[in-house]
Design a protein around this ligand. Structure first.
Ligand SMILES: Cc1ncc(COP(=O)(O)O)c(C=O)c1O
Length: 453
């Protein structure tokens, strides 16, 4: 009897429609999808077919309460009516891509500047990676310096300039107060060059790094609230200290607010903590599910681009579809920022308190940290008084396997957040109190199942 080829064998073994589609997709898409994070091997198979508000439905018809929200962009939920209407109107009445300057792009820039006033001039890009790559070049060009500093555990996209092994095991990290970045992947041919990593929330380490590399550091690049080592808020005075040190050393301060921008507050983490960087990048929430990023700075810095000394381009940069989406998101926010962020914060507070309560009742060591509508539950080896202040602490105390197991139980119970402990849970304005209550019930059940394993 003829046996099926390996591709079909996998599909035949698959039990669910999600598994079947993924087995088939792997024959055509490397790994089964176009982002490695979506197909990490410890991910339970889930092929999504539709989303609405805080819910997604998978290929088997299961309804899932989403607390990942596409890794953060869906601040207004899946299929936000105002965004969809704006995009449909733009595409059907005026076209998606005009290939000329448009008024809508200038309007979006003007509206974004109301929330991030230090961005006197800005440029749009298609992704956080692109905008961060541009920010790095801007800093090196403006300061005529070579080196960049990023935080351990900080991710700024996968460009050669900035992609470092941000989740390196502790035994592979430098033993000094700071050290050279480890390349993030094969094929970087020596990059990232002149990239140094320092621990977050540690001004002494940053100062040592800036002193040792006097006149070399073009910029300190950071998420003002860490989001890629789980959620880590800045310690009181830390961002002010970074601002002071970067000014002292005439280095630029670049805030990567790809996640926190328009999420933790309309004006991002810089609004909450009152610290203004030289360059800001925002992305995810700005598009509400459409691929857009913005990088902005003072008129003086951006003069490099205006004069054509620093090149920035992109056929699709600032295209009309994503501009329509971004304008709709900004209009929703600008119309009622107080109410919108109160709702997001209330949902996130309820989630954070509920997670803590569940884990405490069940005697599971944990730490919950959240800022605005980004929240991390860390499953730790023991209670960690004072919380987790940097990537090394997360890595030292957190049991990544335990979290994966917990996430699998939760996903089977119909609530989704990413199985990687370092990915925050994200909420949207469509997460009502009853969604949070339902998520917490299922999370409690998942935690009990973990204890019984
Ligand atoms: C803080 C931060 N910066 C940059 C990026 C890269 O953005 P993108 O995936 O849109 O290229 C990400 C992506 O998750 C991010 O979290």
């Amino acid at each position: 009897m003829a046996t099926a080829p390996p591709s079909q064998q996998a599909a035949l073994r698959a039990e669910t429609r999600s598994e079947q589609i993924l087995a088939w997709a792997r024959q055509h898409l490397a790994g089964g999808d176009s982002s490695t994070m979506r197909v990490v091997p410890y991910h339970l198979p889930l092929v999504a077919v539709r989303g609405e508000g805080p819910l997604v439905w998978d290929a088997d018809g299961n309804e899932i309460l989403d607390m990942n929200m596409a890794y953060g962009p869906l601040i207004l939920g899946h299929c936000p009516p105002a965004v969809i209407a704006a995009v449909c109107r733009q595409v059907s009445e005026s076209g998606s891509q005009l290939g000329f300057p448009t008024e809508i792009a200038a309007r979006v820039a003007e509206k974004l500047k109301r929330l991030y006033p230090h961005m006197e001039l800005l440029r749009f890009a298609n992704s956080g990676t692109e905008a961060m790559m541009f920010a790095a070049r801007l800093a090196r060009t403006a300061t005529k310096r070579t080196h960049l500093v990023v935080m351990e555990g900080g991710y700024h996209g996968w460009s050669d300039a900035l992609f470092h092994r941000y989740h390196a095991p502790l035994d592979q990290m430098s033993t000094g107060p700071y050290g050279p970045a480890i390349p993030g992947t094969l094929g970087m041919n020596g990059a990232p060059r002149d990239l140094l990593t320092v621990p977050y929330n540690n001004l002494d380490a940053l100062e040592a790094c800036l002193n040792d590399h006097a006149d070399q550091i073009a910029a300190v690049i950071m998420e003002p609230v860490m989001g890629n080592a789980g959620v880590i808020p800045p310690a009181p005075g830390y961002l002010e200290g970074v601002r002071y040190l970067t000014r002292e050393h005439e280095s630029l301060l670049i805030f990567d607010e790809v996640i926190s921008g328009l999420r933790v507050a309309a004006g991002g983490a810089q609004e909450i903590y009152g610290v203004t960087p030289d360059v800001t990048v925002v992305s995810k929430a700005l598009g509400g599910g459409y691929p857009v990023a913005a990088c902005g700075a003072s008129r003086e810095l951006m003069g490099l681009v205006v004069r054509g000394e620093l090149f920035h381009g992109g056929v699709y940069a600032g295209n009309a579809v994503v501009m329509a989406a971004a304008e709709a998101v900004l209009d929703e926010i600008l119309a009622n920022p107080v109410q919108l962020y109160e709702k997001l914060n209330q949902a996130s507070d309820a989630l954070a308190h509920g997670l803590h309560d569940v884990m405490q009742r069940l005697g599971i060591p944990h730490v919950v940290q959240h800022v605005g509508a980004m929240c991390s539950l860390f499953l730790t080896d023991a209670p960690v008084p004072g919380g987790l202040r940097d990537y090394r602490a997360v890595r030292r105390h957190c049991d990544l396997e335990k979290y994966i197991n917990f996430q699998h139980h939760a996903q089977r119970l119909g609530v989704y957040f990413h199985p990687n402990q370092f990915e925050p849970m994200y909420l949207s304005t469509t997460h009502e109190p009853h969604h949070i209550a339902s998520a917490l019930e299922r999370i409690e059940e998942a935690a009990k199942q973990c204890l019984a394993d």
